[in-house]
Design a protein around this ligand. Structure first.
Ligand SMILES: Nc1ncnc2c1ncn2[C@@H]1O[C@H](COP(=O)(O)OP(=O)(O)O)[C@@H](O)[C@H]1O
Ligand SMILES: [Mg+2]
Length: 449
């Protein structure tokens, strides 16, 4: 369904306008040209007031110096006729079936933005993006993505800092080679040492016993001579002692003393070794802690990538008012460019497309001050409007051929310099003469724009 457009327009005595009559092109650009202060903007203001109502009422609606009240009449493409006239510019809306209707009917198919495109154009990047998101119905979901991404990004930042700090710390800690992995125990070595000492004690006793028995044998040998009468007895005793002596005899190997020197040294070193082992264990613990933060950082990277992919998919799936339009980091972009970087023609396309999507029932926009656009840009924008089936009524400080119509001293004039609206004037107004200083336009290429 095509949106409603302006089929024809007649204005008298509104602001700077004396008498203007215009049939805008249904599809494409209608340019209202003329020098400064001739009443071009007054034409657009009058359209906005006629269709938009009280919010657009000019402070001085009636043209100063006019003997008669303002009169505005717009015929819309759906056949509805909108008129304002009289002292208070009273509204009459007549629909094709002849029934009268009011502002509410107009509001249903006239978009506020269509009447006041600068309101969109002059809004900031965030507001533009917001308008677009609300139109395509994914604003809430996208805001949720943005909040989630902000949360993950700040978490990643914090984790990244800790991971870096902990990794650096772990790297700086000392590490010892050639020590056991676990602390060793001095008690085990001491127990081993005690066993050896106990065995050595036994050996000392054996040695003492042996020596004592040798002494006794010697003493008895001496007594044998003195105690001949007790010889036999003593010889028996001696035999006995010799038996015992034999038993007590040990091999030189058995008598050799074992050394505990090595163990003593180890015991003395236990504390030094253990200090190194503890260093190594602490370093390993610090390394593992740093790694767990590094791991968490990598996980957050993946989460953020996924979130961005989901967000992209959401935008890709959205029904955009214009191909190439998107939202990047909360900012409206067209062909990848933010508003500031767009050509003025692209800015107008974006604004018009967004505004059309806001209210698809509305098929036109009003554009003031198009003089900053060169002819190629204007032509490009005009062709785009035609392709989109949209109507734009624009003003431009120019007396060139690109203009559809000119405003001179409040009158609309055609390319031949002829007034297009001097009918319907009250006699008093008809007396007024337009100064004939109209630009000499010889060629008029209808439909060029
Ligand atoms: N109610 C009014 N009656 C007469 N002149 C007006 C009225 N309101 C504004 N103007 C005059 O109209 C001129 C601006 O008209 P405007 O439509 O903005 O011209 P343009 O857009 O062609 O430059 C100013 O000189 C302003 O003083
Ligand atoms: Mg102007």
């Amino acid at each position: 369904m095509a949106g409603v457009k302006i089929s024809s327009l007649e204005l008298e005595n509104v602001k700077r306008v004396k008498a203007v009559s215009l049939q805008p092109t249904a599809n494409g650009l209608t340019i209202i040209g003329g020098k400064n202060n001739q009443g071009k903007t007054s034409v657009l203001d009058s359209i906005a007031f006629t269709l938009g109502g009280a919010a657009y009422k000019p402070t001085n609606t009636k043209r100063e110096g006019s003997m008669v009240d303002p009169h505005m009449k717009i015929v819309l493409s759906n056949g509805i006729v909108v008129e304002r006239k009289g002292k208070n510019s009273a509204l009459t809306v007549t629909d094709p079936s002849g029934q009268k209707a009011g502002q509410a009917l107009l509001d249903s198919f006239i978009s506020t933005f269509a009447l006041d495109l600068p309101r969109f154009i002059n809004s900031n990047d965030k507001e533009k993006a917001k308008a677009l998101l609300q139109i395509i119905g994914i604003g809430d979901k996208l805001a949720e993505f943005d909040r989630e991404e902000d949360r993950l990004t700040s978490e990643r930042l914090a984790i990244g800092r800790i991971a870096k700090e902990k990794t650096g710390h772990a790297e700086q800690m000392v590490q010892w080679d050639g020590v056991p992995e676990e602390p060793i125990s001095a008690a085990d070595m001491i127990a081993q040492q005690q066993e050896i000492l106990a065995r050595n004690g036994q050996r000392v006793q054996w040695k003492r016993e042996y020596d004592r028995l040798l002494d006794e044998s010697d003493r008895l040998d001496k007594n044998i001579e003195d105690l001949k009468n007790r010889l036999q007895q003593l010889e028996e005793q001696k035999m006995d002692v010799l038996d015992k002596l034999q038993e007590a005899d040990k091999s030189p190997v058995e008598l050799e003393m074992e050394s505990t020197a090595e163990l003593e040294e180890s015991i003395a070193n236990v504390e030094k070794i253990n200090a190194k082992v503890r260093d190594n264990l602490e370093k390993e613990k610090a390394r593992m802690e740093a790694e767990s933060y590094n791991q968490k950082y990598r996980e957050l990277n993946v989460q953020i990538d996924n979130l961005r992919a989901d967000r992209m998919a959401l935008l890709d799936g959205a029904d955009m008012p214009l191909a190439g339009l998107g939202i990047d980091r909360g900012v409206l972009v067209y062909k990848g460019q933010p508003w500031d970087n767009m050509s003025s023609s692209d800015q107008l396309k974006v604004a018009t497309a967004v505004v059309r999507k806001l209210n698809p029932n509305c098929g036109f926009v009003l554009l003031d001050k198009l003089e900053q656009m060169d002819l190629d840009t204007l032509s490009d924008f005009g062709q785009w409007l035609e392709k989109e089936g949209l109507q734009a009524i624009a003003t431009r400080v120019s007396t060139g051929e690109e203009c559809t119509i000119y405003i001179e001293d409040g009158y609309s004039v055609d390319h031949d310099g002829k007034k297009t609206a001097d009918q319907g004037f009250k006699p008093a107004e008809k007396m007024q003469k337009a100064e004939p200083e109209i630009a000499k336009v010889t060629k008029w290429e209808a439909g060029k724009f």
